[in-house]
Design a protein around this ligand. Structure first.
Ligand SMILES: *Cc1c(COP(=O)(O)O)cnc(C)c1O
Length: 457
């Protein structure tokens, strides 16, 4: 038989049961294209190879693999075993279950996103979640935008465009991911007026810089870095007193959005949203998906007058959050309002986990790995909060250390589905279960066993 004839036609292949199942998943065009490519490859190969007896089956199997590869989603669930709780590269805050459920329900249907159910007419999207934010923060009003970078941009544009904003040289920071305070300031149209020095800035430095061109004093949480030693920074209260005296707004970019939950030694120095507002800041900005543990969002809370100007600024339309964000944020805030966020919202819950709780799970994992012939020990170590919160604060944890070639094991863990992301320290792969949901412990075990398969002596 001629080798060409040995290759079944596309039509013959398509009617095979397995191929029909593939067509149901991927659609006709994708299936036919994949079968064509596969058939072409066999045509070339059969020029110098004998025809395998089960050629149609082989083509089908390879077509399945090809389609699976081609259509695999790019964004996939990932197991975070690094112990970095707000991991910027791993999607920051995992949502609380009620928040994920609410977002899914709102996403799949219609909602009153911009509809006033009482009046039966057009409503405002920016009222959703505001009631809870006002209640939790003590502010008069609040609005939500896409992220905290957007919050800072629009607050500056609405409140200080064309005028001067005074900021300490110690706070002209780059947060990461390209967020540089001076650049955001330039984009907003506000004019940067630096005062003080990198390590020391006093209230008198701010006072000396105030003129009739000044619109705002801006404080920025230095987030991901810290200056130690000979340092000085005025209290927020003293800046508020200056602001009141000279009729200048005081704004604070808090970064993390800490509402005092959980109370943890690691967060001792983290500024709270409520304290900042209670000290008299006119507006504060913070992220929805850092310490707060909600969806990606930028939250601006403050006086009716300041929030009103932000709400009506033309940039609002460009920076507004979508319905899933509102849904997830409102549900997250409800957990805080009900006083159970430390149990139900993953970020505060993971921060609050004690080393002994983690130790129990780590011992179980290590025992089961040892039983599978993989040497693993439980050792002391530290988790970190991440996300630019409390840069120096480390939380004592218990780590599972695996005695296999670290670089290769780490890479093979990353190649699993779902991937397991672990860290390497002192030549060993370390698994920190603090950032793993307890329901996933079995999956971590299975993935470590699978990844170790070819590395065992
Ligand atoms: C993280 C952070 C930002 C940026 O917030 P995003 O939500 O990532 O846009 C801005 N300012 C400070 C102080 C931060 O810590």
């Amino acid at each position: 038989m001629s080798t060409f004839r040995a290759i079944p036609s596309i039509e013959q292949l398509r009617v095979r049961e397995g191929c029909r199942a593939l067509e149901a998943i991927y659609g006709r065009d994708s299936l036919v294209a994949a079968l064509r490519t596969e058939a072409d490859e066999w045509r070339a190969r059969l020029a110098n190879e004998p025809v395998p007896p089960d050629l149609a089956e082989l083509i089908e199997a390879r077509t399945r693999q090809r389609l699976e590869r081609l259509h695999a989603p790019s964004l996939v669930e990932t197991i975070n075993a690094t112990g970095v709780i707000v991991h910027t590269n791993l999607g920051r805050a995992p949502l609380a279950e009620p928040a994920a459920d609410r977002a899914a329900a709102i996403a799949a249907g219609y909602s009153n996103l911009e509809y006033d159910l009482e009046q039966g007419k057009r409503g405002r999207r920016d009222t959703h979640a505001e009631r809870l934010l006002v209640r939790l923060s003590g502010a008069e009003a609040a609005v939500i935008v896409n992220n905290n970078a957007a919050a800072t941009l629009i607050a500056l544009a609405a409140l200080a465009s064309g005028r001067e904003v005074i900021i300490s040289r110690g706070e002209l920071v780059e947060i990461g991911g390209g967020f540089r305070v001076p650049d955001v300031m330039a984009q907003s149209g506000a004019i940067l007026r630096e005062v003080g020095t990198t390590n020391r800035t006093r209230a008198a430095d701010y006072a000396a810089a105030i003129t009739d061109r000044t619109a705002m004093i801006l404080r920025v949480h230095p987030s991901n870095f810290r200056i130690d030693g000979f340092t000085e920074r005025p209290t927020l209260e003293s800046l508020v007193a200056l602001g009141r005296r000279f009729n200048v707004l005081v704004a604070e970019d808090l970064g993390s959005g800490y509402f005092g939950v959980p109370e943890s030694p690691a967060l001792r120095d983290e500024p709270r949203v409520t304290s900042s507002l209670a000290s008299g800041a006119d507006v504060v900005m913070f992220s929805g998906d850092k310490l707060l543990g909600g969806p990606q969002a930028g939250i601006i809370a403050g006086t009716l007058e300041a929030i009103g100007r932000i709400r009506t600024h033309p940039l609002m339309r460009a920076l507004r959050a979508d319905k899933m964000t509102y849904a997830a944020l409102e549900a997250t805030l409800e957990e805080y309002a009900a006083g159970r966020a430390v149990e139900t919202v993953p970020v505060p819950r993971m921060i609050a986990l004690t080393a002994s709780e983690i130790n129990r799970r780590a011992e179980t994992l290590a025992e089961r790995l040892n039983a599978a012939g993989i040497r693993a020990d439980v050792i002391d170590g530290f988790s970190t909060i991440g996300g630019g919160s409390a840069p120096e604060s480390r939380i004592p944890t218990r780590l599972v250390a695996i005695a296999l070639p670290a670089e290769r094991l780490e890479a093979r863990l990353r190649a699993q589905r779902p991937p397991v992301i672990a860290r390497i320290e002192q030549g060993r792969v370390l698994i920190d279960l603090r950032t793993v949901r307890p329901e996933k412990d079995d999956e971590v075990l299975a993935k470590v066993i699978a990844a170790s398969a070819m590395l065992l002596p």
